[in-house]
Design a protein. Structure first.
Length: 350
């Protein structure tokens, strides 16, 4: 820390992003990226963009917002786009959480929630998942704080059912419920259709996973016009040009090609089955994932040593500590990548 740092920095434990190694080529199954390319229209959009970069981008991201609204069946006034969904979450924390409201989220979830709580000075009420790593809906009903839930949940991949999620939203009419749907496209249910019914529901989405655009940084919030106006107040107080011209163009192209991405998501789910079958054959257990990753463990082996042994063999997965220290998180890769991983796991476990 420098001698100029603010008092806030002293208590800040920043988020640790997954490794993006530059030293050699790995089979990279550690950061839940897509194993498939963006749709062909994205490649065309990139080629056309250089001549437009001289000018500032459209701060309203009008065309991207319209494409996302069309895709989701909502109005453009219900959408605001962001620099990845991390920024959407940051804006939501800024808009709807302060030291008075507080924020409530599970102990095992996306690692950025506690970081945002710390950086924005919001008291976090962290609720343990149950023994099987499920969100217990009663823990979030009639909350005293803003509620943040990833659904499917990060690190576990487990989906909270539609009915339970709606009960949480309905029982918190005076709190905003932020539902982070980063992984919803891999077989889970979206609660976007509920935004007309509940003015306290804010849904956060991203093109980093199912849109194969992690490097473009395209995310968004969906909610009632009033909630979106609040997010826009934060955005225009922070970085009005938050989504660059390139990101707007590729995001729009991707949002318009639903068919391509539906097929890609189906392929992810098929490969997820293939991975789970292989893990079972190796005597490993895993949580029931609706996401593009699987949290798996081998009885008697700690997750860290599995992670290290795989890395040595050229396969990167992710390892976390705490309650899931026994597990490794494996992103869903191509069939070839999964087979490679399974062969290496077999060698390690023999
Ligand atoms: C649950 C969840 N939300 C949000 C994000 C952020 O994604 P991005 O900022 O790339 O949109 C991630 C990334 O891994 C995530 O797991």
């Amino acid at each position: 820390m420098s001698r100029f740092s603010s008092s806030r920095l002293a208590f800040l434990k920043p988020y640790t992003p997954g490794e993006q190694p530059q030293d050699k080529k790995y089979i990279k199954l550690n950061t839940n990226e897509a194993f498939f390319n963006p749709c062909p229209a994205v490649f065309d959009a990139v080629g056309e963009i250089a001549g437009k970069l001289r000018l500032y981008n459209d701060p309203c991201a009008t065309r991207l917002v319209r494409a996302i609204a069309d895709k989701l069946g909502v109005l453009p006034e219900n959408v605001v786009t962001t620099n990845g969904s991390d920024e959407a979450l940051a804006f939501a924390f800024m808009a709807f959480c302060d030291e008075k409201t507080g924020v409530r989220f599970p102990d095992v979830t996306y690692g950025f929630y506690p970081v945002f709580a710390a950086v924005f000075g919001v008291k976090a009420n962290i609720i343990p998942l149950d023994e099987q790593f499920n969100v217990r809906s009663q823990d979030y009903m009639h909350a005293k704080e803003t509620v943040v839930l990833a659904n499917p949940n990060a690190q576990t991949g487990i989906e909270l059912g539609r009915r339970q999620l709606e009960e949480i939203i309905a029982s918190n009419p005076d709190n905003v419920v932020i539902v982070d749907e980063a992984y919803v496209d891999f077989g889970a249910h979206s609660c976007v259709p509920l935004i007309d019914k509940y003015d306290n529901l804010l849904v956060v989405r991203t093109m980093s996973k199912s849109g194969a655009l992690a490097g473009a940084r395209v995310g968004w919030c969906v909610g009632s016009k009033q909630l979106i106006d609040d997010i826009n107040t934060v955005k225009y107080s922070f970085n009005p040009y938050n989504v660059g011209t390139m990101a707007q163009a590729v995001g729009e192209a991707a949002a318009r090609d639903g068919e391509y991405y539906a097929q890609a998501a189906a392929q992810v789910m098929e490969n997820r089955d293939r991975l789970q079958k292989g893990l079972r054959e190796l005597g490993m257990s895993f949580l029931p994932s609706k996401a593009n990753f699987v949290l798996a463990k081998k009885q008697g082996r700690d997750g860290k040593s599995l992670y290290s042994a795989l890395k040595e063999k050229g396969v990167l997965v992710r390892h976390f500590g705490g309650r899931i220290a026994d597990y490794i998180r494996i992103s869903i890769g191509s069939k070839e990548e999964i087979d490679f991983l399974l062969c290496r796991l077999k060698e390690i476990l023999q």
